[in-house]
Design a protein around this ligand. Sequence first.
Ligand code: ADP
Ligand code: MG
Length: 693
Amino acid sequence: MTAGSRQPPFELTPITALKGVGPQLAAKLEKLGIRCFRDLLFHLPLRYIDQTHITPIGELQPGSYAVVEAHIQGSQVVFGKRRSLVCRIADDSGTTQLRFFHFSAAQKERLAPGQLLRVFGEARRGAAGLEFYHPETTLISADTPLPEGLTPIYPSTEGISQKKWLQLTEQLLERCGQTPIEDLIPKEIQPLSGRAAIADILSFLHRPPRSVNAQDLTQRSHPLQQRLALEELLAHHLSLRQQRWRSQGSGYALQPALPLTKQFLQQLPFIPTAAQVRVHQEVSADLARKMPMRRLVQGDVGSGKTLIAALACLPAVAAGKQVAVMAPTEILAEQHFQNFCRWLEPLGLRVGWLTGRLTAKQRQTTQEGITRGDLQVLVGTQALFQESVTFDDLALVIIDEQHRFGVFQRLALQQKNERAKPHLLLLTATPIPRTLAMSLYASLDISVIDELPPGRTAIKTVTVNNERRAEVITRVGGNCAQGRQAYWVCTLIDESETLQAQAAEELCQSLQKALPTLTIGLIHGRMSGSDKDRQMARFKAGELQLLVATTVIEVGVDVPNASLMIIENPERLGLAQLHQLRGRVGRGTAESHCVLLYQKPLGKTARQRLEVMKTTSDGFVIAEEDMKLRGPGEVLGTRQTGDIQFRIADLSQHQALLPHVETMGETLFTQYPERVTPLIERWLAEREQFAEA
Ligand code: ADP
Ligand code: MG
């Protein structure tokens, strides 16, 4: 960078300095967050294709992409099921045809017999042998050169063609040749081998040579991509750390409310486990600081996270402030409401309840209570963070089953106080493997409840093939005859709620036929909230012996007398979800069982996954296994990673990099603090707001 010059540094030169970038194109680029040279340089191809060699028609393989060069024999419009333009081409090795469903008269003219045509596309099996559907076509002369390197395909937006991206990046790379961009990661902290400078890595990724395998590059497994992915993960990590450092000192310091806490514990029907006590202390220490708490409590299903939440309310309430407790479903919110009322009202606290299902009148009364500060603890669903809800003085936000919420929803609740940033306590039963947590949750402190309350018996899990369904049904009948209850979970993944509901209804009917003496209830996502709650309440009260349900019962619901769970097609669910479901039983003292009723044939991964469920009940082990089998992206789900848009890092490819991220982050912060912001800006320029939560 040239000191003293009035020109912006090379990296920050406005994109309009490139030839052919006028206001219109600049506006489109802006939509993708591209404003300056740096942004374009870090706009990396999504995938690569190899167009460097020609495949003879006779050697085409179905399902593979290929470049073909051939003479046009003729083109005609064919009237089949749909009108299409079919163009027959031939080279020395054979003939094939191209098919276009959308075409113009000009296109038909252009594809005139005798012309030499270069075609790129996927050869697919059609009615008349291999065909290309909507391939790219270029009329060429015999000496038109093939591209020298792999063809990058850029993420784009409407109105910017791939050709345009090539032109833009071509210009930029030329200029980079004269003014290469700086390396921000000091060589001595780089854990991966290789000496390539970042400028060279970027130019390689924009224009890879033909010697590289396009597929490897598309999968981001090339060593140079690993180097860059590491830098990107590091930038995200740093941004999270910086974010939390900035929020220092802007919250309420809430002192422990000792008398109230003592009173609370005295009326509790059980004694907290050592793990609950430890985590409670961690939370109390956070609350007492002015820096807003951002703590994630991980604890297996049934480990007693609700108690931690209730205890956390006390210092806030004692200080005359409010707490919002948010749960992902009505059922769960209601259960919390009941617990909080039972635990907190005897202490003289006023607990309120807000969901989408209140009548307008109830809603208004509650909202007024919140605004005036009459209600001290508010339990509810998403309805809590709607704009119309204003708090008198919100000091603490508690979010249960946090993985169910999007980042922005979390943000909205935290912005409900203009005077001070509320403390944030997240609870989750989906354990996040440590390496992931350390790098992607750098803005959160983590507590773990690693102990279950005494007296719980492990759930025995078996896998049963669907051909033995009748035996399973008999077993359900036997279980219920002994006065215990059972769940039967019906899964239809990726189908509409309507289909799921239908499947559950049919299942319910067939079970009722097979077990006529049982009282069977049904619960699914198409039912109204109050219907769901009614069913759930009847099940809780023991009026229903068997509850047929879709995965809506997944989180948090507590019915201690339920000791048997059947899960249909468990092979369709992720391990974490299975674990959550299974956690609905084993909440009482009776021995509990879980039957995974699978459909043959099982693939290898599916078999491995069910095996994991059989052999362990430890949520952390399950999370680690899930990550090994499916990759971190899947484990976290789109809800969580969907908010993090990586340019090159891919959690399923680059897991092994995660342990480096934390140590490198530490070194940069302490020894090279001046590099932190440039590194974040380079990778996250317009995206930093995502790091908030
Ligand atoms: P989760 O961590 O899954 O949210 P909950 O908070 O719903 O677990 O607790 C599960 C059940 O265990 C509840 O019925 C709760 O009252 C009970 N419980 C919580 N802590 C203890 C404890 N220390 N001893 C005995 N029972 C407990
Ligand atoms: Mg819970």
